[in-house]
Design a protein around this ligand. Structure first.
Ligand code: SF4
Length: 364
């Protein structure tokens, strides 16, 4: 559980082309008083009830390490009592890569910060330049390396579809991120938000955002690669706020309140198509088995995947079995006497019922 405290662009050396914190964080006060801080934390702890997992206070929405050291210290001191009394387990924050240095990290360590999320956005210098970020890919590499050396849990924020980006360029960024071995990644397809320089560029025809289908495709490939590399993607797409839902808040771009669901559904559709293609024609009724948590993503919104598969492969019936013994992201097809399985690695193997049991995987 993360309790976010938004610092609203504080510490930012510049306003990035795409950034509108009021939209993405919601309307928040500029100054964080001790009373407001304590009340926010206590209210979140009360409403969350019993702790199911680690609880962290998170300073988001600005460049934490870009603020004056006294202000960083003041905010961390507000969080310290909650950490000392065990009400929370850690402190996390987000910041720019060019505002991370060894001295600053010593301060964070001293106050119990456990996790730092680095707003890299892209690891391509041309994209960073055209997006007005004011730092280079090397800054992000240096920041992540320093954080990992100092024992911080490290996250990387990425954006798909920034000015100058392309599918190849984004794929290369993902490969570079994998080489850096962060503990987690967040990916946000670029949105054109009201009151930003990007909105101006869009109106003047200097910027074309991704379509939703393009964003889903880029995120699909990135999610699979990162997951296969053992790097969790903890967020795909912006969290919706009331401000983001205002009628003219998103000027253009691939906004969807449940982007991750769309992306995972697209992955399962692709997997099912691969399995049915490998199984070949002949059967009019087939069964898919998968982990219970994956079933709704497999079916797709309004069962779109099921309808698409029936039509494409001329199937009369598709049964879906939720098997708690199966791991997440695995899909097993039974078509007649054949059983084929795949997962997010895209490898397809054919197994007899006994082989599946031998693997520790239930037969269907
Ligand atoms: S550094 Fe982050 S919070 Fe600051 S302006 Fe850029 S995107 Fe917004």
């Amino acid at each position: 559980m993360i309790i976010p405290i938004f610092i609203m662009n504080r510490g930012c050396s510049r306003r990035c082309l795409f950034c509108n914190e009021r939209m993405t964080a919601g309307e928040r006060p500029q100054q964080i008083t001790e009373a407001a801080f304590r009340e926010t934390i206590r209210a979140c702890l009360r409403s969350a009830g019993r702790k199911d997992g680690p609880v962290q206070i998170a300073f988001y929405g600005g460049t934490f390490t870009g603020m004056e050291q006294e202000e960083q210290q003041r905010l961390l001191e507000l969080a310290s009592p909650f950490l000392r009394e065990g009400a929370v387990d850690g402190i996390r924050l987000s910041t720019r890569p060019d505002e991370i240095d060894a001295e600053g990290l010593d301060l964070l360590k001293a106050f119990g910060v456990t996790t730092v999320e680095v707003g890299a956005q892209s690891l391509d210098d041309e994209v960073l330049l055209r997006s007005g970020r004011g730092h280079t890919a090397a800054d992000a590499v240096r920041a992540v390396t320093l954080l990992r050396e100092r024992g911080f849990e490290t996250g990387i924020h990425l954006m798909a579809g920034l000015p100058g980006d392309s599918p190849d360029c984004f794929a290369q960024t993902i490969e570079k991120v994998i080489a850096l071995r962060p503990d987690m990644v967040r990916i946000h397809p670029t949105l054109v938000l009201r009151d930003t320089a990007l909105a101006e560029a869009f109106r003047e025809g200097r910027y074309t955002p991704l379509t939703l289908a393009e964003a889903v495709d880029l995120c699909k490939k990135a999610l699979k690669k990162l997951t296969n590399a053992g790097i969790p993607v903890i967020r795909l797409g912006l969290q919706t706020t009331r401000e983001l839902e205002e009628p003219d808040a998103v000027v253009a771009g691939p906004f969807h309140p449940a982007l991750r669901t769309l992306v995972e559904s697209a992955i399962f559709l692709e997997m099912a198509v691969s399995l049915l293609t490998a199984a070949g024609p002949g059967e009019r009724a087939v069964t898919f088995a998968l982990a219970p948590a994956d079933v709704s993503n497999f079916r797709g919104q309004r069962r779109e995947n099921i309808a698409a598969l029936k039509e494409r492969f001329n199937l009369a019936d598709i049964r879906v079995t939720a098997d708690p013994a199966l791991p997440r992201h695995m899909l097993i097809l039974t078509a007649g006497s054949r059983q084929l399985k795949t997962d997010w690695s895209d490898r397809i193997t054919e197994s007899r019922r006994e082989d599946l049991h031998a693997d520790g995987v239930h037969g269907i």
